[in-house]
Design a binder for this molecule. Structure first.
Ligand SMILES: Cc1cc2nc3c(=O)[nH]c(=O)nc-3n(C[C@H](O)[C@H](O)[C@H](O)COP(=O)(O)OP(=O)(O)OC[C@H]3O[C@@H](n4cnc5c(N)ncnc54)[C@H](O)[C@@H]3O)c2cc1C
Length: 330
């Protein structure tokens, strides 16, 4: 087959306990934009058990066809049956490209599938565009984030990439969109399924993933110490917000890495992002510049964070956090 005979952008729809994850909708949105540019189609691969009811929503989110693989083997995610199902779709349908979310699950599934169908995988992409020869240009941080590398899968199909949650945009759901829902049958080779899910133990936490938060109260070195962090926590409670931080504060041990915003942390896009005592290094800004409203507080009027903020306050972050909290509580 020639490379141009491969057709369609296929998106793996990550669902957990039947809930379609945001990253899948973001990938569908980008796949829609790429397909419109390439005059191609978008296919959603929805795997799970008793999940068919979710298919219509994927058409509204940009898919032309939803392939529903409904099987008890797919009730909970394990690598082998999911890999078998995706590989069967790839071998039958010969897609031009396959996109998967760079989540814990996607980072497990993507490489296994790409090795089995003998193609490359660009992991952890932050951007996907169409190149001059209609190939996908997949960009990701390289050398620890010091360089951005754009990678092309020249000689093999499908072109595969995992994409970070929060970097692409979903399209507005349009329930009038029409598409096909296909019940896709897969015969599983059970002799290869060596891993069985015995028990799921969920980490108990009240914290919301920072990529899902509507308001983020983020602190940097200018916050200084635990007292500063406690003040931020209290402001976050008042605002019903989540706390996040720059890498400086993660490295200093004040907060976990899962709360780090930036190139080597998470990409966030809340309605409101407070940057308290954060200088605005390029690696931090890369993770938050698309927030709807950015309010920065820094004692240095020339801090680069003011270049990306909508509202800038020059002053002592700790005092301003306290005053703001008092006022809001009143
Ligand atoms: C490969 C690579 C990847 C990286 N990835 C990330 C990443 O994902 N996320 C990230 O955040 N960083 C990342 N970094 C680090 C980044 O370059 C910066 O070093 C880091 O963001 C700085 O954190 P900061 O702004 O908290 O601290 P600083 O740069 O030290 O800034 C502190 C700021 O606080 C202000 N300040 C001090 N006291 C007060 C006060 N009392 N009130 C108000 N303001 C005050 C100062 O004026 C200053 O602007 C990465 C670096 C590299 C090389």
């Amino acid at each position: 087959m020639n490379l141009e005979d491969y057709k369609g952008i296929y998106v793996f729809i990550e669902q957990r306990e039947g809930f379609v994850q945001n990253v899948a909708l973001e990938l569908l949105g980008q796949a829609r934009r790429l397909a419109d540019e390439l005059n191609d189609k978008v296919y959603a691969m929805l795997l799970g058990h008793n999940i068919a009811a979710k298919a219509q929503g994927l058409i509204a989110a940009g898919a032309d066809e939803v392939l529903v693989v409904d099987a008890p083997e797919l009730a909970d995610y394990t690598t082998e049956p999911y890999t078998q199902a995706i590989c069967k779709i790839i071998n039958d349908r010969k897609p031009d490209s396959v996109l998967i979310g760079a989540t814990t699950l996607g980072r497990d599934l993507g490489p296994r599938v790409s090795a089995r169908v003998k193609t490359g995988l660009t992991a952890d992409c932050t951007k996907i565009e169409v190149g001059a020869n209609r190939e996908l240009l997949m960009t990701r941080p390289a050398f620890g984030g010091n360089l951005m590398a754009t990678i092309v899968c020249k000689n093999h199909r499908p072109q595969m990439g995992t994409v970070r949650p929060g970097v692409l945009f979903a399209i507005d759901a349009d329930t009038s969109r029409e598409g096909i829902i296909t019940d896709y049958k897969v015969e599983f080779d059970s002799s290869k399924i060596k891993v069985k899910l015995v028990k799921t133990v969920k980490e108990e936490t009240d914290l919301i993933d920072i990529t899902e938060a509507r308001i983020l109260v983020s602190g940097g070195r200018g916050i200084g110490n635990q007292e500063g962090f406690d003040a931020m926590d209290s402001l976050a409670t008042t605002l019903d917000a989540e706390v996040s931080a720059s890498r400086a504060m993660v490295d200093a041990g004040y907060i976990g890495h899962e709360r780090q915003v930036g190139q080597t942390g998470k990409t966030v896009r809340p309605d409101l992002y407070f940057a308290f005592g954060i200088s605005g290094a390029i690696q931090h800004v890369a993770g938050m510049e698309d927030s709807d409203l950015i309010i920065a507080v820094n004692k240095d009027k020339d801090a680069p964070i003011f270049q990306v903020s909508d509202l800038g306050i020059v002053g002592d972050a700790k005092q301003i956090i306290k005053k703001l909290n008092e006022r809001l509580n009143k």
